[in-house]
Structure formats: C-alpha cells, structure tokens
Design a protein. Structure first.
Length: 270
C-alpha cells in the first residue's frame, strides 16, 4: 500500500513511544501523538484516556493509519488491565472503524505466548502459529488484542499487523534479552514495513532484531518487507560474564518465554 502520511501514535509518552516518535519521521511519517499524560516537548500532542470515546474519534479522524502502543505494559490487577488494555483497545478499534481508518499496527507481546517453554539449542525457531499461552493478565490482554484485530478484519475489513514485541531498548540488559531484543532502529523498520506492506489482512509477527540467539521465527515479519539490521551478540560477552549463561533447567526465570512474568510477575493481584 502507499506509505501512510499521517499516523496516530498512541502511548507516545511511554518508553517505546518515545523511541518511535524520534525514529519514525525519518521514514516519512507525520505523527499525531496521543497519551494519557502530556508528551514532554510536544505541545500539540493529544492528552486523552482510551476510555474517552469522543476524544478517540477526534484523534483518529483524518489519519492514514494507527500505531497502537498505549496501555499498561506490565502486570496489574485484572480491573486495571480490563479498562486500559482490553476496553481501551476496543474503543480505539471502534473509533478507527467509524472514521474509516484502514490499518492499525498493534503492539502485542511475547507475553501472549509467555508460558511456552524456552527453546533449547538445536530446537527449531518458534513460529507465530505457536498456541497462545499468556503468562499474566497483561499477556491475556495482548491475546485479546490479536483476536479483536482478527474480528475487525473479518467483519469490517480493517487491517492489522499484530507485533509480538520482545524487548525494545537501546541495548539488551539481560542474558534472556539477547534472544528477544529488538533494537529501536529495527523497531522503526518493522513498524514501517507493517504500515506499508500490501494486503496484510490480519497478520501476527514477532518483533525482534536478527539476533544470533533468536528464539522465534521472523518469516512472517520478513514477508512484510522487514529486514532487521541489528544483532544482540555484541552485548553477549559482557552480559554473560555478569549474569552467567542462559540455563533454563537451573533457572526458573529462564524456563519459559515470558521469563519472570511466569515465575514472579511484577505485580500479581491475588
């Protein structure tokens, strides 16, 4: 499809949103920014809650596409996840449908398959068809988002690329992250590919760089035209020296894709 000109970036004040609002304009996008809190240094950004349906209608009006990063990005109580990640995503899709926006890039997560065992050396890369096994209410909300995207494609013809993001930081900070890291530059490349590839319908892709220690199959992402250029391996020697090698059999935090979200989630409501 022709490159969208104006893209609504939700969650623009967050960590990933901050990285993308710096990198995406170089790919030719004019960004319209939205977040629950003011976006520092961006006086024209929209400050609105995903529960505010009228504000969302106005925010999406006239844009060519949406990158949806907003929501709670760690575990929280079900009520909080329901309001921000589940109802909020539904409200955004409804606003997009009502305003005729034809494509959304949805920030899904590896935590939608977090209970999947970590691949061992010699195992095949995990495909996107891996059954979903969310590790938290947060992961559950990402599974919901993928299904919502499928429904809106089948029923309304609204296309979505659901990106199961690993960890997008300037550099990896753990041995586990060597397998799931996506550099910010590769993140911008992937979002650009997801915005411009033709006839995506609803497609699920993994979001990571071309890491030597990669766990999952990037074929679906590459089919969009994504060509990752970075690899976590230059950071490996230092991280392994500090933290020890990956050992899923000895370290419960490394036994599943979701890491400590499985064994010790950041917040657990019980």
């Amino acid at each position: 499809m022709p490159a969208p000109r104006t893209v609504l970036l939700t969650g623009a004040a967050g960590g990933l949103g901050t990285l993308m609002r710096e990198l995406l304009p170089a790919h030719g996008y004019e960004l319209r920014l939205l977040d629950l809190v003011p976006v520092e240094g961006e006086p024209d950004a929209i400050t609105a809650d995903l529960a505010d349906k009228e504000a969302l209608r106005e925010a999406v009006r006239g844009v060519d596409a949406i990158i949806h990063l907003a929501g709670i990005s760690l575990e929280a109580s079900f009520d909080k996840i329901l309001r921000a990640n589940i109802e909020g995503t539904y409200n955004l899709y409804e606003a997009a449908r009502e305003e005729g926006v034809r494509r959304i890039v949805f920030a899904s997560s590896n935590h939608a398959v977090g209970y999947t065992p970590t691949p061992r050396p010699g195992d095949p890369l995990l495909p996107v068809e891996t059954p979903r096994r969310p590790d938290t209410f947060y992961g559950l909300s990402k599974s919901f988002g993928e299904d919502l995207a499928q429904l809106y494609w089948d029923r309304h013809g609204l296309e979505t690329v659901s990106v199961r993001i690993g960890s997008c930081f300037p550099e990896p900070t753990s041995v586990r992250m060597l397998s799931v890291w996506m550099s910010p530059a590769d993140g911008a490349r992937l979002f650009h590919a997801a915005l411009t590839a033709p006839d995506v319908g609803h497609r699920v892709v993994y979001g990571s760089s071309a890491n030597t220690r990669l766990w999952w199959d990037l074929t679906s992402a590459r089919s969009l035209g994504y060509e990752p250029e970075d690899d976590s391996e230059p950071y490996a020697e230092k991280l392994v020296a500090e933290q020890g090698p990956l050992d899923p059999d000895a370290n419960p935090d490394q036994a599943h894709l979701g890491g400590h979200f499985v064994t010790d989630p950041p917040i657990w409501p019980y």
